[in-house]
Design a protein. Structure first.
Length: 76
């Protein structure tokens, strides 16, 4: 279940706090401490192909788009 899916139910469950607590216990996304799902691209939100070097925190596709603006240049 994605993050947006489990939050849609809050409109109905706000009136029933006990059922809301049970719903959150079983349906909220797992808190991550390590792994690929912990890091997301700042621009697009992708998990894969993440560039963390120089504190960029962007995926490789976004990096290709903004590399010249940041100051990187292509050597080949």
């Amino acid at each position: 279940m994605t993050t947006s899916d489990y939050r849609k139910m809050f409109k109905q469950l706000n009136a029933k706090p006990v059922k809301k607590a049970i719903y959150l216990k079983h349906n909220k996304p797992k808190e991550r401490s390590c792994g690929i799902a912990l890091r997301k691209c700042k621009q697009c939100g992708r998990n894969g192909a993440h560039i963390n070097k120089y504190e960029l925190h962007i995926c490789r596709q976004c990096f290709r788009d903004i590399a010249k603006n940041i100051g990187f240049k292509k050597y080949s």
